[in-house]
Design a protein around this ligand. Structure first.
Ligand code: MG
Length: 246
């Protein structure tokens, strides 16, 4: 019979929770990038899913994470796994304050086109309360460039117009960069937006102001048009991991 050494026997007797604690400790090493299971991107017929470390702000089921723009109950409605602006219901905002980091949202302007210019599928996405990343049906719809879809409203037109037709789901990925200070605390750059519209870069690191440590609610605009939203999530800013040469 094969002898079992005292060493291997003791290994068998180590409780499982101690082993898992050891594993967790390994994952918590700040010099090792933590593992994140990515979600999938939404397509026009199907909502995407968030990455495993995201704070899910809207999964199509309820308004638990949301309140009216001035507090109180949300007056928008839930339709087919999305939320829809109700005219006169007012803008809405997240209950929780968020900060710099990565925001994701899918949105859809009405299939039946009504109005023109700023009156066509207008809503808005306001990370940390603003400035606004314009939501608009900009598909063959002319308006002033700093007010079209993907504009940082009244500041920066988008680099290109990557808008899908009305009634088709689209996405924004909005990275709100934390400000950068030099060693004396002087701002080298204030907060900035980078925006991808349907995966296309439309705002490239555009400064919008915002101090270190700023937090605020994400808001969505009621501009009177029944725009829909789904799959909204946020991942907080992470400090860069320093290079460690062996
Ligand atoms: Mg707007």
């Amino acid at each position: 019979m094969k002898k079992i050494s005292i060493l291997s026997l003791s290994a068998l007797l180590i409780p499982a929770f101690l082993l898992s604690a050891k594993e967790e400790k390994k994952e918590a090493d700040p010099l090792i990038p933590p593992v994140v299971t990515p979600g999938v991107h939404g397509v026009p017929d199907k909502a995407g899913t968030p990455p495993s470390d995201a704070i899910v702000l809207f999964d199509g089921k309820n308004f638990n994470e949301w309140e009216a723009g001035k507090g109180g109950e949300v007056k928008w409605k839930l339709v087919d796994g999305a939320m829809e602006v109700v005219r006169g219901g007012g803008s809405i905002r997240t209950k929780r304050k968020l900060g710099y980091g990565q925001y994701h949202v899918e949105w859809r302007t009405p299939e039946i086109v009504k109005g023109s210019g700023q009156g066509r599928g207008n809503s808005g996405f306001f990370p940390l309360g603003g400035p606004e990343v314009q939501v608009l049906d900009s598909y063959k719809n002319s308006t002033y460039t700093h007010g079209q879809a993907g504009a940082v409203y009244n500041r920066y037109p988008p680099l290109v117009n990557a808008c899908r037709p009305p009634g088709v789901w689209q996405s924004y990925d909005v990275i709100v960069h934390a400000p950068i200070q030099d060693k004396d605390g002087k701002y080298v750059r204030k907060s900035a937006y980078t925006v991808l519209h349907n995966g296309v870069l439309i705002q490239d690191n555009m400064e919008v102001g915002g101090q270190v440590g700023r937090t605020g609610q994400l808001a969505l605009q009621d501009h009177g048009n029944p725009v829909r939203y789904r799959n909204i999530w946020f991942r907080p800013y992470r400090d860069p991991i320093p290079m460690k040469r062996k």
